[in-house]
Design a protein around this ligand. Structure first.
Ligand code: SAH
Ligand code: SF4
Length: 400
């Protein structure tokens, strides 16, 4: 199989085109097709000479993900299930920052992206790891989730307008940062009428919180994020990309050394080793003392606040005795805490605490002067917790 062209950086393509004796402006034309125009075939690239297109087609493949299933929920959180070339499934969740009023569509979106098929880390509460790890996603399969949804959006009857300066994370706490619009206008999908304002884009923020442990697929993740971040690529600001990890300590340290200012979120879910050991096997390898030391380093090097994700699970980590150690940890790291009521996973015994109990935990933490958000999951009704739609689809197919 040929390598995918979206794995190449501008620098590599410049060297290749020089070698081929092609004028170098052709590289930028090609990159325009690959990223802002989200092309899915060589045929679409009408301003490139046919001979060059043929040569590219002999050298590279140009992949696009096949949409296998899509679920939308009342508040317009939508879940996309992709079928990969080997028949495996991964999912992405599109979350509107502001559920639009009176049935209008929301205009700013965060996309939650997968990085692996399955997960090897086996956190006890999570659907992604239930059937183990199958494989890493290639860089273009990670980036392709964004491009695929942007293409899907353009094929819809109304294009969702997107203010280019808007920025918001799921919790709405990431400071806004200007995101330049791609320069080119985007051609309509084959068979689709031209759309108004096609250079606007749907997705402003990325959270790497779908299926898989991103830092266990480090090189592919970084390659994808660099193309998504590059001015010649999707041009999404590094500060608008949040990488979530269950705590792969050496990779957190490695990420701290990278030049980009990606946001880091730690899936903590327990503020003591006793609680964390019970629900997250990774804690036996990298216990809290090591994890916090790596986070310290990240915060120092990047001079950025990190987020501690804390799922509230009934009777496991939602008692008052967790508030103090959680608060101490957050204050030591100068981190904010995202509390997320657990999403029930079919076949697992864990339960979501009552809303009252969640609010009480949040208030107690807030009272210790820790920046706290209680995130009521928007996609609860469409299996938005990571891995659930894929697991259900695979099990349905196996039963046929
Ligand atoms: N592997 C990475 C990123 C993917 S998981 C990580 O663990 O951080 C993304 C987030 O969803 C994690 O914080 C994870 O703990 C959380 N999660 C998993 N299952 C969940 C569930 N059933 N309900 C709520 N959050 C869940
Ligand atoms: Fe893997 Fe993250 Fe799920 Fe743990 S929470 S099993 S690391 S995807």
């Amino acid at each position: 199989m040929l390598p995918d062209v979206r794995h190449e950086s501008r620098k590599t393509l410049l060297a290749l085109f020089e070698n081929w004796g092609e004028p170098l402006y052709r590289v930028d034309q090609l990159l325009q097709w690959l990223w802002p125009r989200r092309a899915a075939s060589w045929e679409e690239m009408t301003n490139l000479p046919k001979t060059l297109r043929a040569r590219l087609a002999e050298t590279y493949s140009i992949g696009s993900l096949e949409l296998a299933r899509k679920q939308g929920s009342i508040d317009t959180t939508q879940k996309f299930l992709w079928r990969l070339h080997d028949g495996a499934f991964v999912e992405s969740v599109l979350i509107p920052a502001n559920p639009a009023l009176y049935g209008d569509r929301a205009d700013r979106h965060t996309l939650c992206v997968s990085t692996q098929v399955g997960c090897a880390y086996g956190c006890r509460f999570c659907a992604s790891g239930l059937d183990g790890w199958k494989r890493n996603l290639a860089p273009w399969e990670i980036a392709g989730q964004i491009l695929g949804i942007e293409r899907w959006n353009l094929s819809q009857p109304t294009v969702v307008p997107t203010p280019q300066t808007a920025g918001e994370s799921i919790t709405g706490e990431v400071p806004a940062e200007a995101t330049p619009a791609p320069a080119a206008s985007i051609p309509p999908m084959p068979g689709q009428p031209a759309k108004p304002s096609p250079s606007q884009r749907l997705i402003n923020n990325l959270v790497i919180m779908g299926m898989g442990e991103p830092l266990a697929n480090y090189d592919n993740l970084l390659a994808a994020l660099r193309s998504l971040n590059a001015p010649w690529g999707a041009h999404i600001g590094a500060r608008k990309i949040t990488i979530s990890t269950s705590g792969v300590v050496p990779r957190i340290r490695q990420l701290a050394m990278e030049p980009e200012q990606f946001q880091l979120a730690i899936s903590l879910h327990g503020a003591t080793d006793v609680v964390r050991n019970r629900i997250m096997p990774i804690n036996r390898k990298y216990p809290l003392a090591e994890l916090t030391a790596a986070c310290d380093e990240y915060v120092k090097r990047k001079e950025r606040m990190i987020t501690l994700e804390y799922i509230l699970i009934d009777g496991v980590n939602d008692a008052r005795d967790q508030v103090l150690p959680l608060s101490q940890l957050a204050r030591r790291l100068n981190a904010k805490v995202n509390l997320i009521p657990y999403n029930k996973v079919e076949g697992l015994e864990w339960k979501r605490p009552t809303e009252e109990r969640c609010r009480a935990f949040a208030s107690a933490l807030q009272a210790t002067e820790v920046v706290t958000t209680l995130r009521i999951e928007k996609g609860h009704d469409i299996d938005a917790a990571c891995g659930q739609l894929r697991l259900r689809t695979e099990r349905e197919l196996a039963a046929q």
